[in-house]
Design a protein around this ligand. Structure first.
Ligand code: 9MR
Length: 363
């Protein structure tokens, strides 16, 4: 009797193991990823943190869906160059190594920005503002060091980020513009080009579908090109919402910027389920994170917006060379840190494709 029971139990566990192993995992089973659906159009990227590839499921998702990565924060001036004579390479190195090992393209982000700058950058040892000459020397040394380290591994750089104002003025007032005027912009491109002549160099900004800001960015890019500054592309960040942008404004931006002969990449795509201002200047949310509700109405509106923007993207395969999502899934996104949970991406909090995903790949 006992022997029979043991055999029976053994058989049962064998069947259970076979059944479990055969259970389809939708992520692994899904034969095609975004990168495959869009292989004839442009690369599909994702902004990641150094910890993302260490998590098995997140790593699997990155590898099955994307063929480009951008470090979300690891290469910014503050994190990578905390003191004048100290660079912190670990996080950026690990992301670049992950890309190289898996033959995934790496976009560098970002060499010159007004946010996330290290404390030492603009001041001397007495705490006084440095001269224009010193600041440009520091910028040159920073760009040369970072770009040289990843030469041949990082194929494109966001060289300068967000220098155009959102209000009615032209240039954003920052420490950079206060000390150097507008000159740091062209200098940054020159330094990056010197360090890696093969890298594709981008100017990167948000709210690029708002007519007034679009015009100002266009004007600046046109001036830079007229001066022979080595700039090859414009990064339209695409921090959008379920209400914006309209199809018309989106197309106008693509047409206007590509008329300059620049390639276009959508560099930081997400679609907030809340309306309101997006981008680097959004006002911080107050208080506790609000209840995480992704309502059917949000789901529907977001799905329609994703469907529309990808329809537009597919119309411009020559002009657009890449579309990068800003974070991997709704489990974590930078928009959560604004006092409420958001659901801006194509994969849900369990890393499963949302309904919007299927609209994006249905064509
Ligand atoms: O996603 C980034 C977030 O983790 C950082 O806290 C934030 C700091 O300002 O920067 C976020 O990324 C920004 C990007 O580098 C440039 N464009 C706007 C993005 C969202 O703020």
């Amino acid at each position: 009797m006992k022997r029979h029971t043991a055999k029976f139990m053994l058989a049962l566990s064998f069947i259970a193991v076979v059944l479990l192993a055969a259970r389809p995992d939708p992520i692994k089973e899904k034969a095609k990823g975004l990168k495959d659906y869009y292989s004839k159009f442009f690369s599909i990227g994702v902004a990641i943190r150094p910890t993302d590839p260490s998590n098995h499921d997140q790593r699997t998702l990155i590898l099955s869906e994307f063929n480009s990565i951008t470090p979300e924060n690891a290469m910014k001036m503050g994190p990578i160059h905390p003191q004048e004579n100290t660079y912190f390479w670990r996080d950026a190195d690990s992301i670049v190594a992950f890309g190289v090992q898996n033959k995934i393209k790496v976009r560098g982000h970002t060499l010159c920005w007004h946010a996330q700058t290290p404390d030492w950058l603009f001041v001397d040892s007495a705490g006084k503002d440095v001269s224009k000459k010193v600041l440009l020397q520091r910028l040159k040394s920073h760009i040369n060091t970072v770009v040289s380290r990843y030469k041949g591994k990082v194929y494109a750089w966001d060289v300068v980020n967000e220098v155009i104002a959102d209000d009615s003025t032209y240039f954003r007032k920052t420490k950079w513009s206060e000390i150097t005027g507008e000159d740091f912009v062209e200098k940054a491109f020159e330094y990056a080009h010197e360090a890696d002549p093969k890298a594709i160099l981008f100017y990167n900004d948000y709210n690029t579908e708002i007519p007034a800001k679009r015009e100002k960015i266009y004007r600046m890019l046109k001036n830079l090109l007229a001066k022979g500054v080595p700039i090859h592309g414009v990064g339209l960040q695409a921090h959008w919402s379920i209400n914006t942008p309209s199809r018309e404004e989106l197309e106008k931006s693509i047409q206007l910027f590509s008329s300059l002969g620049l390639q276009i990449q959508f560099t930081e795509l997400d679609i907030s389920v809340y309306t309101g201002r997006q981008g680097g200047q959004m006002i911080q949310g107050q208080g506790q994170m609000q209840a995480a509700v992704f309502t059917p109405e949000m789901e529907q509106k977001q799905l329609e917006k994703y469907k529309m923007i990808f329809e537009v993207f597919r119309k411009y395969p020559k002009e657009i060379t890449g579309v990068t999502f800003w974070n991997l899934s709704d489990k974590y996104s930078w928009l959560d840190g604004r006092g409420r949970k958001n659901f801006p991406l194509l994969f849900d909090t369990n890393l499963k494709p949302k309904k919007a995903y299927w609209e994006v790949v249905k064509f």
